[in-house]
Design a protein around this ligand. Structure first.
Ligand SMILES: [Zn+2]
Length: 238
């Protein structure tokens, strides 16, 4: 678990003060004590992101968005909206390639271009990269370490990307244990519909919600080059 010193230095402290909202403060309050999980949404921002933000705001749930750089460049207003509501904005590469098929220079460019697009939307510099398709090798890990970032995987794949029935997605997502990172996608319309029920069932099981950054409470100098699958993985080298 994080010590109090780490908790004082959270992602939200890096969000420009004019973008902070009351939701941000509420988010910080919820993570105090008890079992915590992190909802993560990949591949945005896009057509469903605003609807998802409304649900998360109503539920006062913080989440982590792994944005595709190309999409962030197309929708800087959505990057700003995600950030303004106290969510964490992180890097899912520029064009969503299979990173192990690229040269080290291409991997570096994929990460750097996405950083630039996300920061142009007003978000702090990303601390984490989620490799597309969860694919990484030693060169990807080296590129992450060189860019001072950690890699974030997941503990549960909701498999919402299969576009199958909602109930299966909900059951998978709500089978979480404390400290789990849950993979979802906001481009899937069924996922947006499922989110309120996922939140309700997890709360009924005693969980509260944190961003990935707050879940692992990672110092960038420690998590750089780590591959994080759940709360306990900060600093694990691969
Ligand atoms: Zn993806």
């Amino acid at each position: 678990m994080a010590d109090s010193e780490n908790l004082e230095n959270t992602y939200y402290d890096m969000v420009p003060s004019d973008l902070r909202t009351t939701t941000t403060k509420h988010n910080r309050a919820e993570k105090a004590g008890g079992a915590v999980v992190a909802l993560t949404f990949d591949d945005g921002p896009g057509a469903n992101t605003a609807a998802l933000l409304s649900i998360l705001e109503r539920e006062a749930v913080p989440a982590t968005f792994f944005l595709i750089g190309e999409h962030a460049a197309r929708h800087p207003e959505l990057v700003k909206a995600i950030c303004a509501r106290g969510h964490q904005v992180e890097n899912h590469t520029w064009s969503h390639p299979h990173l192990p098929t690229l040269t080290p220079g291409q991997i570096r460019d994929e990460i750097a271009k996405a950083d630039d697009a996300i920061m142009r939307g007003g978000a702090p510099r990303p601390q984490f990269v989620r490799p597309p398709y969860g694919e990484y090798d030693s060169r990807v890990v080296a590129a992450l370490a060189n860019s001072g970032k950690g890699g974030v995987m997941w503990t549960i794949d909701s498999e919402d990307w299969t576009m199958q029935a909602n109930e299966r997605t909900i059951e998978r997502a709500t089978s979480a244990q404390p400290g789990f990172v849950i993979l979802l996608h906001d481009f899937v319309p069924q996922t947006i519909t499922a989110v309120p029920e996922i939140i309700r069932r997890l709360r009924n099981r005693g969980f509260s919600f944190a961003t990935v950054g707050d879940l692992v409470a990672c110092n960038p100098s420690v998590c750089s080059g780590s591959m994080i699958f759940s709360q306990s993985d900060c600093g694990r080298q691969n």
